[in-house]
Design a protein around this ligand. Structure first.
Ligand code: PMP
Length: 403
């Protein structure tokens, strides 16, 4: 059997999409024109698939901080903090994040992916522990479980009762139990009942990890995520996040009030065996954090934009996956509908994400739009107009037609 046989199914789809000129995986931003605009296929396009929730990619203070860090600290750390040492910027960002979240400890990882991988595989023992995850969790949570080698049990999405049942039936031989959920789920934009999950997990002496990758900076009165909105920040055992969305950089973190979290630095491979984030990426994340803390109106603008778009799409009769949120997904019955609809939007000057099974939670395909606080009134008008045309051209995207 050839090494490449496994690619056959995906390769056929990939090649077919390229052949018909509708391959979302080959989009090139020929020129980035700002936080919400780029030139794609020669056309100025509104970016609504980039998870730039708080529009920080072109924030002047973040750009300046990154330039200064390049000048002072160079282009890279050239290795892991365990071997090469910690830069002052790493330490400061960890302290700032811990202070912001009201947690005692924070560890910066090189990506959000590595943060979840490192937290789960670092915490959970292969033999004596079990990990329980929401079925809709991101691939990095699944991969963290696999890397840990521990017994992994899935519970029904956003269903604390189902988790309760699974924990009740768990073999008592497992000493440690870790439950993993997300704050806002990125495919549908639906949010977790974090408070109920805290109660169920702690009732069974399990620890709770909440990945707030998409909800950090976005939910809660001061932007700390769904855990803040639900009033349980102090009860979350491990809070993970990324710098690649609201903070518009690269990197991730694990925050916790458990002092033992510090030991992940010496025992978690995705922390200790990979290069630490570069000075410029750390500096821009730090500046973006300071900016979003000082300017809650940025978050308010995001929500204003999200509500405006959701209301307009609802009026068009589009089949939407969830309540108003910074992610607004339109459900489509087939992959072919999704290819056509995604490419239709691009031709109308709008870039969103296309997601198809098995990458989606259900059987549907979807068009996923990520709202930004930086979307201008003109951007929003163009999005509304493109989605209005979509609703006309694709009856299968509307609720008045049976999927
Ligand atoms: N968690 C979730 C829920 C995500 O959606 C993502 C990436 N989109 C990550 C973690 C990984 O973040 P990063 O891009 O920083 O690796």
């Amino acid at each position: 059997m050839s090494l490449f046989e496994k690619f056959e199914k995906n390769a056929a789809l990939y090649d077919h999409l390229s052949a018909i000129g509708k391959n979302p995986f080959t989009v090139v931003m020929e020129e980035v024109l700002g936080p919400t605009r780029a030139r794609i296929k020669g056309r100025e396009t509104v970016l609504a698939g980039t998870h730039n929730y708080l529009g920080q990619t072109f924030e002047a203070s973040a750009i300046q901080a990154a330039k200064d860090a390049l000048d002072h600290d160079g282009t890279g750390t050239t290795g892991s903090r365990v071997a090469n040492g910690t830069f002052a910027g790493h330490k400061k960002l960890e302290e700032d994040l811990a202070a912001y979240l009201g947690m005692k400890h924070c560890l910066v990882f090189s990506t959000g992916y590595a943060a979840n991988l490192g937290a789960i595989a670092g915490l959970v023992d292969r033999v004596q522990d079990a990990v329980l995850i929401d079925a809709d969790c991101h691939a990095c949570i699944y991969d963290g479980c696999q890397l840990s080698g521990a017994e992994t049990i899935r519970f029904r999405h956003n269903d604390p009762e189902n988790l309760d049942k699974r924990l009740s039936r768990l073999d008592p031989k497992y000493k440690g139990k870790l439950v993993c959920i997300e704050g806002m789920y990125s495919m549908y934009g639906d949010i977790a009942p974090v408070k109920e999950f805290v109660e169920v997990a702690h009732k069974h002496d399990a620890f709770l990890l909440v990945d707030e990758a998409h909800s950090f900076g976005v939910y809660g009165e001061t932007g700390k995520g769904v855990s803040e909105a639900e009033g349980v920040m102090d009860q979350v055992d491990f809070y993970t996040g990324t710098f690649s969305k609201a903070l518009a950089s690269i990197g991730g973190f694990v925050a916790s009030n458990h002092p033992e979290a510090e030991y992940l630095r010496i025992s978690s491979n995705p922390y200790r065996f990979t290069a630490s984030p570069s000075p410029a990426t750390i500096a821009s994340a730090s500046a973006a954090l300071a900016n979003i803390k000082a300017h809650p109106e940025i978050r308010a603008k995001l929500w204003e934009n999200a509500k405006r778009l959701h209301a307009a799409f609802t009026q068009f009769g589009l089949r939407l996956a969830a309540e108003p949120a910074p992610v607004i997904s339109v459900l489509l019955p087939t992959r072919e509908d999704a290819f056509e609809a995604w490419s239709f939007l691009l031709e109308h000057g709008v870039y969103v994400n296309m997601a198809i099974p098995p990458g989606t939670p259900g059987k549907e395909s979807l068009l996923r739009l990520a709202v930004s606080s930086a979307h201008t009134s003109d951007d929003i008008d163009r999005l509304v107009s493109a989605y209005g045309a979509l609703a006309e051209a694709f009856p299968s995207a509307r609720i008045d037609t049976d999927a």
